[in-house]
Design a protein around this ligand. Structure first.
Ligand code: ARG
Length: 460
């Protein structure tokens, strides 16, 4: 126990298994950079407050910079005995610069230190993830622009409902990711407060300047309550909630890609580089990337539930339970980043099989609603029109013919107000072009929506 930074009151060494069981160094070394950044700000503040002198500050700065370089070079020896990233770095500092190293922790606790570190770390990671989210959105919008006129069946209940343009479908994906993006920005805003100075839980007796460290670390302001500061992990939960929702969206898009690449649908081609083969079936080309994204949604939901459950019923203030926040958060960050990246890489490579899509839209009486709307325009109440078209569809099912493939005389058997102009609305192109309002599927609405989306994306 004598080489532990807290060993003073202990009379026997820590049990060897307990040492490993309680250590976080195997994973929390991941935010060494933020830990050093926080320590540099804290030390600079201590000097301004007259707690350290200028040469002590210079020694601490030099020592921490050397340690950072050593870690980056892969030469730093992390020790389980020193429990976590904070004590590993602090012990290395003292080893390097001597007694002054022991002054760094004045007016600070690992409790406010770790809360500061994770916020700094997550803030950087959100910025990195945001870039991938923007790439994915931009890729979707560009494909939508290209496919503004491509017609496919739109589905409800996965049954053919009405024709839509592929571009319009893609822009629905864009809207999902746009909301996910704004949730990430929102999470970043709320996490950007500095817990430093809360110390263990009650604050500190030293004349610290919390605004100063907050500013130096790029936080918007110091947190308001010391007890809350060391125990709050809302930001991690909020991030995981935003990430889980984003992956839910990616899983829905991925599911559609998987369906569309099947021989039965054959709506799109995914280039070989995003697929893998089968070790037994020579013909197979499997859409592994979208499948894996779909699958990763499971672990993401798990991380959200893990963190909610971790925090449930915890009394104030810091509890060791909180050390368990890191692994779920780290994996949530990595998973979200990689899934967005994979999606952003893949989307521009999607090739639409336009003929297959169009032919699919010709099956399933996709323009039945258009015929009903036509009858309404000619004066028939909508419910009666629904009935008339239903009968025409039943006839088409028997005859295996689409409404557009029936003759005028055949159609007139169901209603004599049908005229030759009916064929304008029974075509797929006529059907999509008629939905020409904000948020509608008409090609010119899709083009206008892509313009708005690109302008929006340029603001980031
Ligand atoms: N490794 C700890 C964690 O991740 C750092 C804070 C430890 N504080 C304490 N009082 N034991 O939460």
């Amino acid at each position: 126990s004598q080489n532990k930074l807290w060993g003073g009151r202990f009379q026997e060494p820590t049990d060897e298994f307990v040492e490993r069981f309680t250590a976080s160094i195997t994973f929390d070394q991941r935010f060494y950079k933020q830990d050093i950044r926080g320590s540099l700000a804290h030390a600079a503040m201590l000097e301004k407050a007259g707690i350290l002198n200028a040469s002590e500050l210079a020694d601490i700065q030099r020592g921490l910079q050397e340690i950072e370089a050593e870690i980056e070079a892969g030469d730093f020896a992390w020790s389980i005995g020193l429990e976590d990233v904070h004590m590993n770095i602090e012990a290395a500092l003292t080893e390097r610069i001597g007694i002054t190293g022991k002054k760094l922790h004045t007016g600070r606790s690992r409790n406010d230190q770790v809360a500061t570190d994770i916020r700094l770390w997550l803030r950087d990671e959100i910025d990195r993830i945001e870039q991938q989210c923007i790439r994915a959105q931009a890729g979707i919008v560009k494909l939508a622009q290209q496919e503004a006129e491509t017609i496919m069946p739109g589905f409800t209940h996965l049954q053919t409902a009405q024709p839509v343009t592929f571009g319009h479908h893609l822009l629905a994906w864009y809207e999902m990711l746009k909301r996910d993006h704004s949730r990430l920005i929102d999470c970043r805003k709320r996490l950007n407060e500095s817990p430093l100075g809360a110390a263990a839980l009650a604050g500190t007796t030293y004349p610290i300047q919390r605004e100063l460290t907050s500013d130096m670390l790029g936080f918007d302001r110091p947190t308001a309550n010391s007890l809350d500061s060391v125990s709050d992990r809302d930001f991690a939960i909020e991030f995981c909630a935003a990430a889980a929702l984003c992956l839910t969206h990616l899983s829905r898009m991925s599911e559609e890609l998987v369906i569309w690449t099947s021989a039965q649908f054959n709506f799109i081609k995914l280039p070989d580089r995003f697929c893998t083969g089968s070790s037994i079936m020579p013909q197979k080309k499997n859409p592994d990337v979208p499948e894996l994204i779909r699958g990763k949604t499971g672990r993401m939901n798990g991380h959200l539930i893990a963190l909610l459950t971790l925090m449930k019923s915890q009394p104030l203030a810091y509890n060791k339970d909180n050390q368990e926040d890191k692994e779920p958060l780290f994996d949530a960050v990595d998973t979200l980043h990689d899934c967005l990246r994979a999606f952003a890489d893949m989307v521009p490579a999607i090739q639409a099989n336009k003929d297959e899509m169009r032919n699919a839209a010709l099956k399933g009486f996709a323009t039945a609603t258009d015929l009903a709307d036509y009858l309404v325009v000619k004066g028939m109440p909508f419910r009666d029109a629904h009935e008339v078209v239903g009968k025409a569809v039943a006839f088409g099912v028997d005859e295996q013919r689409d409404l557009s493939e029936m003759s005028l005389a055949e159609l007139q058997r169901f209603s004599d107000i049908i005229g030759a102009d009916v064929f304008d609305v029974l075509t797929l192109e006529g059907s999509v072009a008629a939905r020409d309002h904000l948020g509608g599927t008409a090609p010119n609405q899709v083009r206008a929506a892509t313009e708005r989306a690109l302008t929006h994306l340029q603001s980031f």
